[in-house]
Design a protein around this ligand. Structure first.
Ligand code: GLU
Ligand code: ZN
Length: 279
């Protein structure tokens, strides 16, 4: 079966780190529309790996707010499905297996740098829409045997100077240069939690997602993840990046701006239909 004949599978992958806002709703609405027009299956995945920031009450609120907004999925934590569990904290074995592959393939190395070290040694200022500074390469030559007793993360070695290109289904041709636009990135955190890039890649592949719809702030993460697909011998899905919503001052909406949270809008008496119509 060629990719164009494959049955469309889309996903909504919120992290329960706060209440969802109108920006999330818009991205998810577009994801749902794209899935519907292709007669596909929509998945809800709970990206709850970051224990320090995720809270169970936000997971509950998430499902409630998404339903209120008019989003419906066929597979998810609340309704099950063939490729579950749909909660990342219950999928650690999949991420571990992927990490083992990356270590065996020599794609990653142990790194003891703190965020502060990296910022101090950083050779390039980081891009505005991607908060990650380019890693200066300090630990590139290290191996596991040198780590005795130290805390370390696993970092992916990007192919310096190599172009990562893909055609975005919304924004067209994209091109990033590894080592310049983004550097070596963490796949496994020093506190033994799989990092977003790895967990997301592993799950999108394992869940048979054929198109990832996400915000344009994640374009460079998509470039990183494409490298992971390659290293793990997985076929990448198509990508559709949505323009981000901004508030009246031109600032990107974030979970910290409570004003446009779906909860608040609902309490103010907004009807979902009125909010959906401009999307
Ligand atoms: N859980 C991630 C987030 O909310 C998913 C992003 C994505 O890969 O679409 O930022
Ligand atoms: Zn390091």
């Amino acid at each position: 079966m060629s990719p164009s004949e494959a049955v469309y599978r889309g996903r909504l992958a919120p992290s329960p780190t706060g209440f969802l806002h109108l920006g999330h709703a818009r991205t998810f609405w577009i994801a749902q529309e794209r899935c519907r027009t292709q007669g596909g299956t929509l998945i809800l995945r709970n990206d709850d790996l970051d224990e320090a920031r995720c809270r169970p009450e936000f997971s509950t609120a998430m499902v409630e707010d998404l339903h209120w907004f008019g989003l419906q999925w066929e597979e998810g934590p609340d309704c099950g499905g063939p490729v579950g569990p749909y909660v990342q904290s219950q999928r650690l074995e999949y991420y571990r297996a992927a990490l083992v592959k990356l270590i065996a393939g020599g794609w990653v190395y142990p790194c003891t740098c703190s965020r502060k070290d990296i910022l101090a040694a950083s050779r390039a200022p980081h891009a505005v829409d991607d908060e990650e500074p380019v890693y200066p390469g300090t630990c590139r030559g290290r191996c596991l045997e040198m780590m005795h007793g130290q805390k370390f993360s696993w970092r992916y070695r990007v192919p310096d100077g190599q172009r990562v290109e893909f055609v975005d289904q919304n924004l067209g041709q994209q091109q990033f240069v590894a080592g310049r636009d983004f550097g070596d990135f963490v796949v496994w955190r020093h506190d033994k939690v799989p990092a977003y890039q790895l967990a997301c890649t592993v799950d999108d592949a394992a869940m048979g997602v054929t198109e990832v719809v996400r915000g344009a702030d994640l374009l460079m993460s998509t470039a990183r993840q494409r490298l992971l697909y390659n290293s793990l011998a997985l076929v990448p899905p198509a990508f559709y990046h949505c323009q981000l919503m901004v508030d009246e001052t031109g600032q990107r909406l974030a979970k910290r701006n409570d004003a446009l949270s779906l909860r608040t809008l609902r309490q103010q008496g907004w009807q979902p239909e009125a909010l959906q119509s401009p999307f």
